[in-house]
Design a binder for this molecule. Structure first.
Ligand SMILES: CC(=O)[C@@H](O)[C@H](O)COP(=O)(O)O
Ligand SMILES: NCC(=O)COP(=O)(O)O
Length: 240
């Protein structure tokens, strides 16, 4: 069964825009889990533009599902945060400081030794590790050499291709990458720009997917249908 982890970055964006605590990010995480999400994902960026490091500790206290923290392990502050918060999973994303959002996966061949070292630190702390990769078979093979537990397939390319009505071409590299990951014994996550239009097709073609993490589109949809409906609508797109 593919699990839905809701990324709540954008709830924090709204909260931060006025400087108070409305909407309450921690309460939203409690509610989202009660609405049926299988996990909560946060991506505390160095500039804390949305999720703050303090949010991570507050959310850790109320997690009843799975907690996934995303970020760049080149930041020691991030590494220290993850080791202190001890989430169920850490997802290593190679974002540079000034990026508006995540837009590429790791070069797991070029960074094999570095990733191997960082992954060992988190696994020694009994935290599952997933590394964000482009849907490229060689990058999945490189990921397997690092000792990671899972890969997360970066799905912006799929979302763009799907929107351009080229579904089969859009999904093809993801099926190939996911089949390689399965053969190598890696768990498979996916995320970025998945939405109510493209999620079911992706899920149907990669049914052995462990988890999708979805934020921007789900929170945007919630503005129209409400958060409970949004979570349940996304859950219904999975495992059809
Ligand atoms: C890694 C990834 O694709 C997303 O989880 C990322 O966290 C989105 O970041 P923003 O919410 O800052 O756009
Ligand atoms: N890892 C992907 C994620 O957590 C959310 O990405 P998006 O749905 O906000 O694009």
């Amino acid at each position: 069964m593919t699990k839905l982890s809701v990324n709540i970055n954008k709830i924090a964006t709204l909260r931060n825009s006025r400087g108070g605590n409305n909407p309450d990010v921690t309460k939203a995480a409690v509610d989202i889990q009660q609405f049926g999400a299988d996990g909560i994902t946060v991506h505390p960026r160095p500039d804390e533009r949305h999720i703050r490091y303090s949010d991570v500790y507050a959310i850790k206290k109320i997690i009843t599902t799975e907690f996934n923290i995303e970020g760049n392990c080149s930041e020691q502050k991030f590494v220290d945060l993850v080791l202190a918060a001890k989430p169920d999973q850490v997802t290593l994303v190679p974002d540079a400081l000034g990026q508006i959002t995540s837009d590429h996966g790791w070069n797991t061949i070029e960074h094999r030794d570095y990733l191997t070292k960082m992954i060992r630190i988190f696994k020694n702390a009994h935290i599952r590790v997933s590394i964000f990769v482009d849907p490229v078979v060689e990058m999945v093979e490189g990921a397997a050499a690092t000792g990671t537990d899972r890969v997360e397939l970066y799905t912006e390319g799929y979302a763009r291709g799907y929107a351009n009505s080229d579904k089969e071409k859009a999904i093809a590299p993801y099926i190939a990458a996911a089949e390689k990951a399965r053969k190598l014994g890696l768990g498979i996550n996916a995320g970025h720009d998945l939405d109510l239009h493209n999620l079911a097709y992706f899920s149907q073609h990669i049914p052995w997917l462990d988890e999708v993490s979805i934020g921007h589109a789900l929170i945007s949809d919630a503005l129209y249908v409400g958060l409970q409906n949004a979570v349940q609508l996304y859950k219904r797109q999975l495992n059809q």
